[in-house]
Design a protein around this ligand. Sequence first.
Ligand code: GLA
Length: 331
Amino acid sequence: MNVHVFAPGRVNLIGEHTDYTGGLVMPMAIDRYTEIEGTRGGARVQLTSFDEPDPVDLPLTVDDPQHAEPAWAKYVAGVVAEMAPAEGFVGRVSTDIPIGAGLSSSHALQVAVALALGHQGSAIDIAQLTQRAENRSSGVPTGIMDQLAIAAGVKGHALVIDCGDLTIEPVPVPDDLEVVVLFVAHRTLVGSAYADRVAECRAVEQLIGPLRDATPEQARALEDPVLRMRALHVTTENQRVRDFADALRNGDLVSAGRLMVEGHESLRLLYDTSTPVMNQAVTELCATPGVYGARMTGGGFGGCVVALTEPGALARGWVVQAVDGARAVVS
Ligand code: GLA
């Protein structure tokens, strides 16, 4: 059986560092893909990649994905460990999602592997499986936003995702708008302060209950200054997602851009996940005619910035289109 899988990358428009507290996010799947072509069968998962010198060769039962070799094998091993597939796969991986740039190349690979191995569940099922796979393979307690955006993308739409009850509301991206992604700096969340932020949110929740239900007023009343800042980011960011979705629905691109900049400032000042070079990139973009707003996108500490612009306003970066979620073509 021949299988050809396509899994898009994603860019998050707004709603950063809210998913792991069951908050609101608004990503879209983008027209850059990881593809796997190959054949199901046999008792091993064997993949080569155009971007990697060494192949992946795994048995169907994996206990310790984090230590699989070569390095990219751990992403595949996480999925194999979670799925325990009945049969193997032999194939080839290719991608035009920039690797290590914060556009979810590793999540796209994991969703693609799950589909290649014959995963049959819903978009939510596949997102939950690949989230567990990623947590096991990277050791970083990341949320579900990226996998869900990749699995459930809707052409021409960004998705308002409630990461608490996993409801998804597609919101059209207006035609008179360009979403532009600019790469700024390589990064990895492994060894970053990402896990610290997750722990800080858990500490806040011990004091005031679930952050998804908390208000900025409750955040401001926290005594600990660090926890206060973290909680203030999350609670105001959830509101920004609602306001941003309304702004897009109303075609109010000026307000949408302003909310993105406010979100970036919150990541910079309250959540402390930005860096000087990312801040500089956002400042420069916002000073460019035709740019409604810009912000760092994804986990932070580097990666890409995303800008909303009038068509043709920027001579650099990638104009991205919102696309449908991952799919497998079986022949
Ligand atoms: C990374 C994680 C996501 C999310 C973002 C921050 O992309 O994989 O789960 O937490 O960071 O919004």
